[in-house]
Design a binder for this molecule. Structure first.
Ligand code: C2O
Length: 505
């Protein structure tokens, strides 16, 4: 196999954006950061050098990191941060996955500006390309103002990455239809749609046929991304726009939102779109969803208000502060990495034993829920499972505060979304309706507002894996836990030893 080497230097850079100059933390002075392109099966080595005073780490979002948890990146989960002047080389193999992913900083809120695309070219030809309609070019979109120029009659591959800190987005291109062929670097059954929905951390690969040559030679088609929100709290509702221009037309003149862009609170569109995503489930790319499970964990995911500590001013809402929790545990990252503790001494009882059921019988989605959660505790307890466990995790949204669609991301494994629904999960009823034939395989799932999502994982990657909401503020308020897979009996089922240059805390 081939080893591909990259160098990432973390540095400050003055960047011009929409007529203002900002000082941004960047990789190699680029914003968005450099695109990593590799082939399926490659070994990858990325040397990250920290040239700023802040600590940092980088995460390769969606890369499975088989046995190489040391290269996964979340600060205090799999490594201590890279300090000023230090370097750390992330080494891993990209195997058995292909498509569009992203990388981003995984320390504090640095991923606001430290991110980029991670593209894996497949070993085999794309299953969705007809020989008479080859892909003419690839268009990466990381939601920045951008103009793509296309040629009438040709087909393009569009890689859409939601690198936002906290917005789920609708995306569409005026007058054009889009064909979804892959999500989170897993092929799907292709389907056409006028718009897509994409949560932070998710990626979607689309095909677009340039079949709308305008009669007005100056016309340009607007591509737009607008947030999906119903929250009563302040949010960033700005719409990002780009342009699709035919090579025969003139300058950009008309700016109008695409007629096919869903409205901001269009839950019906969001649900219908999400339900259309299915695994390809072909003989070449089978769907390996666990048909039976060894263990089911049910956890609430909630955002709530807490009383403001004395002598502090809280900017949350109504003089209170925001907190978040899973099964009432608001996650605190320890002062050394959980993976190192797990590897060197094993986790103590204070760190394992994440509550696998909600503490009390719950009705968090009813109308009488309050915004306060008086049962919340701080802790660092994680889920621990033996190698090979087939585990189901039911993520139960709550509307303690406001119904919100939380994008939950799991490191180190893909999972299958076997079911979703509104209201409270009913353990005696809902599993009967699961899709165990072609459920979507992903690394990030949007838990429906005021509802639940059930995911299944075969825990075949030894290590410690962060589980968290991909809204950065929510993670910092504690909407996280960890998922530990113990070593298996065979040498090939064990975590590799830590690299020599692993940073110390
Ligand atoms: Cu893309 Cu833990 O994150």
């Amino acid at each position: 196999s081939v080893t591909r080497r990259f160098r990432f230097n973390l540095e400050w850079k003055k960047v011009n954006r929409l007529c203002t100059t900002k000082r941004l933390l960047t990789v190699n002075g680029q914003f968005p950061g450099p695109t990593i392109t590799v082939n399926e099966g490659d070994d990858v080595e990325i040397k990250v050098t920290n040239r700023v005073a802040n600590n940092t780490t980088i995460h390769w979002h969606g890369i499975k990191q088989k046995r190489t948890g040391w290269a996964d990146g979340p600060a205090y989960v799999t490594q201590c941060p890279i300090g000023r002047g230090q370097s750390y080389t992330y080494k891993f193999t990209v195997a058995e996955q292909r498509g569009t992913l992203l990388w981003h900083a995984h320390y504090s809120w640095q991923r606001a500006s430290v991110y980029g695309a991670f593209i894996i070219n497949p070993r085999l030809p794309y299953p969705f390309i007809a020989p008479n309609r080859p892909i003419h070019a690839e268009i990466p979109i990381i939601f920045d103002t951008y103009t793509a120029t296309v040629e009438y009659g040709k087909t393009y591959m569009i890689r859409v990455i939601n690198a936002a800190l906290g917005d789920e987005l609708f995306f569409s291109i005026a007058k054009h239809t889009l064909t979804v062929v892959e999500v989170d670097a897993v092929y799907t059954k292709p389907f056409t749609t006028t718009a897509i929905m994409i949560a932070p951390g998710q990626t979607t690969t689309l095909l677009l046929t340039a079949d709308q040559l305008p009669s007005d030679p100056t016309a340009t088609f607007v591509m737009a991304a607008t947030p999906y929100v119903t929250s009563i709290f302040p949010f960033d509702n700005s719409t990002t726009m780009g342009y699709l221009k035919y090579n025969t037309t003139g300058t950009i003149s008309k700016v109008k939102l695409p007629e096919n862009l869903p409205k901001m609170e269009d839950t019906k569109f969001a649900t219908t779109f999400t339900n259309r995503i299915k695994s390809l489930a072909s003989s070449q790319y089978p769907c390996n969803v666990p048909k039976t499970i060894d263990r089911r964990v049910i956890t609430t995911i909630s955002l709530n208000l807490q009383d403001c500590p004395q002598n502090k001013t809280c900017t949350g809402y109504d003089g209170k502060m925001f907190m978040a929790s899973m099964n009432n545990q608001s996650f605190l990252r320890p002062s050394t990495s959980i993976l190192e503790t797990h590897y060197r001494t094993g986790l103590g009882t204070g760190s394992s034993g994440f509550p696998e059921r909600p503490l009390n019988k719950f009705d968090y989605t009813g109308g009488n829920a309050s915004t306060m959660n008086t049962n919340m505790e701080f802790g660092s307890r994680v889920i621990v499972v033996p190698y090979g466990t087939k585990i189901e995790i039911v993520l139960q949204g709550t509307n303690l505060l406001a119904p919100e669609n939380h994008p939950i991301h799991i490191h180190g494994h893909n999972f299958y979304v076997v079911g979703t629904g509104f209201g409270n999960f009913d353990e005696s009823r809902d599993p009967k309706g699961y899709n165990l034939v072609d459920p979507p395989e992903r690394n990030t799932v949007g838990v429906p507002m005021g509802g639940w999502a059930a995911i299944r994982i075969e825990a075949d990657n030894p290590g410690v894996w962060f589980v968290h909401c991909h809204f950065e503020p929510h993670t910092s308020w504690g909407l996280a836990t960890g998922f530990v897979v113990q070593d298996g009996p065979l040498p090939s089922q064990r975590l590799l030893p830590p690299p020599k240059d692993l940073p110390a805390c």
